[in-house]
Design a binder for this molecule. Structure first.
Ligand code: KIV
Ligand code: ZN
Length: 386
């Protein structure tokens, strides 16, 4: 039987930390409703103590959304937790996400503290949050660079204090997949009481490894992935939701499943991109403009014979209408003929060579040949043929 992986969406919190891409409350509610439709399990709606606007947004999302758990971020500080409790008042299902740094770099330079003191502060925060909500997630910030024995001790103590989810962030995106995998495996094998909590992966993309690290995490025992639409977030961004979801769906051998309605991935990606005014790169996996576009002759020929030759995902599965054959100077006769036939021209073996010569001349000039160019080419060829 497949194991269920929980999708924790942090587009509205970590994702919204992209400079210049802040959303107003109305826009956040629109995104939250789209995420609910998409089927995410948890929506991290914001960091209520950070600003009155964020507080208001967490309240509004809590009122607007009913199925996913609504989560609010706090530092390991009583005032933050009190504020989160107020912001989550209307949430049908609520979670407080509290935590503190776990690496020596964070402990010494950011907190100017000691391992012992931050551990005590983390445990106290979980115990305090637990007075208000049953569902408390603890993040061990910069766990990616933390000493593994200290991390294990911290995770053991916060679980004993009542944490229901333990988040192991690779805050700086430093870990290699096998290192992140070993970290999760070590915690599974060495932390007493680990089975009382869900282990969560929260990876950043500074070295382009956030997706690989998250997948390595679930293979080794994590059951929640924290991610954002289009992979947006601080610096190089967070794990991309659409990527991890489609990896788990495509690799049936892994025997995982999520609750995501993948047919809504493309429209949700567009909504987030439009509202945040943040264009998706054309070659972005799953939701980029070119993710299902075939341009070279060899690929087009194979694809037209059988789509499985060059596509591992049916575009309809992620809500994209259909694959695209892009006609460029790298395209071959098979693709050209296919497009001409779709436009209603009957092209026989004798005429295709002549048409193809005209096509290449135009393609070299315009780079991408559109239907209007093909109509002109066919007009010219007709004139010449008469
Ligand atoms: O990257 C990180 O460590 C975070 C935590 C606040 C969860 O975003
Ligand atoms: Zn983060």
């Amino acid at each position: 039987m497949n194991q269920r992986i929980h999708i924790f969406d942090t587009t509205l919190r970590d994702g919204e930390q992209v400079p210049g891409c802040q959303l107003n409350t109305e826009e956040k509610v629109l995104v939250a409703k789209a995420l609910e439709e998409l089927g995410v399990d948890i929506i991290e709606a914001g960091f209520p103590v950070s600003s009155p606007g964020d507080f208001t947004s967490v309240v509004a999302v809590s009122k607007a959304v009913k199925d996913p758990v609504i989560c609010a971020l706090t530092r390991a500080v009583k005032g933050d937790i009190d504020c989160a409790v107020r912001a989550l008042k209307y949430a049908k299902r609520k979670r407080i996400h509290t935590g503190i740094g776990s690496s020596d770099i964070h402990i010494q330079h950011k907190f100017k503290s000691t391992r012992h003191k931050v551990l005590e502060q983390g445990v106290a925060a979980v115990a305090y949050a637990k007075k208000f909500v049953e569902d408390v997630e603890f993040y061990a910030e910069d766990a990616g660079r933390a000493d593994i024995f200290f991390l294990a001790e911290m995770i053991e103590e916060v679980i004993a204090a009542g944490a229901t989810v333990v988040n192991i962030p690779d805050t700086t995106g430093y870990c290699l997949p096998h290192e992140y995998a070993e970290k999760i495996k070590f915690l599974v094998e060495n932390v007493q009481g680990i089975h009382k909590a869900v282990i969560s992966c929260h990876c950043h993309d500074d070295l382009g490894l956030s997706t690989a690290n998250s997948i390595a995490g679930v293979i080794n025992g994590a059951r929640q992935i924290e991610c954002t639409m289009n992979g947006i977030g601080e610096r190089a961004g967070n794990t991309s939701l659409e990527e991890v979801v489609m990896i788990l769906k495509s690799h049936k051998d892994l025997q995982f499943e999520t609750g995501i309605n993948t047919k809504k991935l493309f429209s949700t990606s567009n909504l987030v991109s439009r509202l945040m005014k943040l264009q998706v790169q054309p070659n972005k996996a799953i939701v980029g403009r070119n993710a299902f576009a075939h341009s070279s002759g060899i690929h087009q020929d194979g694809f037209l014979k059988n789509r499985d030759t060059y596509e591992i995902i049916d575009p309809a599965d992620v809500g994209v209408d259909k694959s695209m054959i892009v006609l460029t100077a790298r395209s071959g006769r098979a693709a050209l003929r296919h497009r001409l036939q779709a436009l209603g021209y009957s092209v026989n073996t004798n005429s295709i060579n002549d048409i193809y010569t005209h096509f290449l001349a135009v393609a070299d000039k315009v780079k991408q040949v559109e239907d209007i160019h093909l109509t002109e080419i066919m007009e010219n060829v007709k004139v010449k043929m008469q």
